[in-house]
Design a protein around this ligand. Structure first.
Ligand code: 5AD
Ligand code: SF4
Length: 465
């Protein structure tokens, strides 16, 4: 049976290539998932296209974190429905799929609101996508939002070397999924499920394949990446429980892998080994995204963050104590239910104390099914707007000051891609800033030592030293 299936698939591959258009919303984990979905579909004869009009299959890989993100999907589905109808008039089929967190959270509600959709697949079942697409092509409406019992990563094919190369010299690698923290504002524990960590051997194999394909920098991903844990093997062959710190040490041994990053972390899961990795691993870049969400202990408690403002500040001090040049990045929510002017002031105070290099700030958005949505004293939209503006003005000042502080510095830059202007090439600083260089400086994938001559808002202009 399995063999017949393989033969049928190979024949399909030989005779027709179909095109898939994937649009990705939301976080980096969705970017990674979109690539893995494309890889799974490539084995079934689907080639990626950037032109939606050419697509036989359109996938929207969606985000549910805030209301705005989810609503964007429905307006896009309206536009795609018109395209589907135009194609149908020409006698051609266009299959429309919704994947990702909206798929998981809303399931068959999506088919009710957008009947042009043919398939809905949640993040835990991407490995079943080719089979689901085949059923949808045959006219069935398919919903797959169960939590699969099998490990999807065991069933997802790895991209071949050519595809890895085409994706560039930096890559994402999901090592952990889901979250058990249950912050009261957040849908993630419901859409992505409880925490799972991928096994060490699986991660190392995937990282090695990426490096063989020309990747120089890997960013390890997880909704709660520093909660990753797994069974590691010591030199003598004995096994021991590892955390993310130990995993980073292991990955740093892969020859040719020049840079490592990880995101997103929870303050409670920054353990000693991870802090030591920031001290001892030259491959680990001096940049840490460590969301705090609020500077008020009262609000942090209501958010169920499991840390105080002071815990966070002391943690930042410890990390800076071992890696003085680390750039701090964070996430903030303003207008959580019950947030007073005083609470907001505490957030501003914390931001001034930490002095962020980069930050993301949002107005609280009530998400159905989360405890926050049921809380009393929701903050007026106007007040949320004012607070967001004030916070963002401060964070922008800090970002610009951080960028300016790089002028005159010498640093390593990983060359990533051609620049927007002729004759330019763009690299990445250790602190994630784009570095604009003359194209003669090196080739994509090279790490070159440069001196920064001037800076824009977030980008640096440099020349080789
Ligand atoms: N409203 C606003 N922002 C939110 N985030 C998560 N849930 C919500 C919500 N309901 C923000 C948090 C998180 C980031 C990814 O999105 O700051 O760290
Ligand atoms: Fe959401 Fe909190 Fe988990 Fe982050 S740690 S994914 S904010 S519940």
């Amino acid at each position: 049976m399995e063999q017949t299936d393989t033969i049928a698939r190979d024949t399909a591959r030989a005779t027709e290539t179909r095109k898939v258009f994937v649009k990705t919303y939301g976080c980096q984990m969705n970017v990674y998932d979109s690539q893995r979905m494309s890889d799974a579909l490539a084995a079934d004869g689907y080639e990626p296209t950037q032109t939606i009009e050419d697509a036989d299959l359109v996938l929207l890989n969606t985000c549910h974190i805030r209301e705005k993100a989810a609503e964007k999907v429905y307006s896009e589905l309206g536009r795609i429905r018109d395209l589907k109808n135009e194609r149908a008039a020409e006698g051609r089929q266009m299959v429309i799929g919704v994947t990702g967190c909206v798929a998981q959270a809303e399931g068959d509600e999506i088919l009710r609101r957008a009947p042009a959709v043919d398939l809905v697949v949640g993040p835990q079942t991407y490995h079943r996508l080719p089979a689901v697409v085949r059923r949808a092509r045959a006219g069935e409406k398919v919903i797959e939002t169960d939590y699969a019992r099998e490990d999807k990563f065991d069933h997802l094919p790895q991209p071949d070397r050519k595809i890895v190369r085409a994706r560039g010299v930096t890559a994402f690698l999901t090592v952990q999924e889901g979250c058990d923290k249950f912050c009261t504002f957040c849908v993630v524990p419901y859409t992505r499920g409880s925490e799972i960590s991928r096994p060490v051997a699986q991660i190392v194999r995937e990282a090695e394949r990426l490096v063989e394909g020309g990747v120089r920098e890997i960013t390890l991903l997880g909704q709660n990446v520093n909660a990753w844990h797994g069974e590691g093997v010591a030199k003598g062959g004995s096994t021991r429980e590892w955390g993310l710190g130990e995993l980073l040490f292991r990955l740093a041994q892969i020859p040719g892998l020049a840079r490592l990053r990880y995101t997103t972390s929870h303050p409670r899961d920054m353990d000693d080994a991870l802090i030591a990795a920031h001290r001892d691993l030259e491959q680990l870049m001096p940049y840490l995204h460590l969301p705090v969400q609020s500077g008020s202990d009262r609000i942090l408690k209501a958010m169920n963050r499991k840390h105080t403002a002071d815990d966070y500040l002391r943690l930042v001090d410890r990390i800076r104590g071992v890696r003085g040049d680390i750039a701090m990045s964070g996430d903030f929510i303003v207008g959580f239910p019950g947030e007073t002017d005083e609470d907001f002031e505490a957030t501003m105070k914390l931001v001034r104390e930490v002095d962020y290099a980069q930050a993301f700030s949002f107005k609280y958005s009530a998400r159905p099914g989360t405890p926050g949505a049921e809380m009393k004293f929701h903050v007026e939209e106007r007040v949320k707007d004012e607070r967001l503006q004030e916070l963002q003005a401060l964070l922008t000042n800090q970002l610009e000051a951080f960028t300016q502080s790089r002028v005159g510095m010498e640093m390593d830059t990983l060359i990533e891609k051609p620049g927007r202007r002729d004759g330019q090439i763009v690299g990445r600083s250790p602190w994630l800033q784009p570095v604009i260089l003359d194209e003669t400086v090196g080739r994509i994938g090279d790490i070159v030592r440069v001196k920064v001559l001037s800076a824009g808002r977030n980008s640096l202009f440099a020349e080789p030293v």
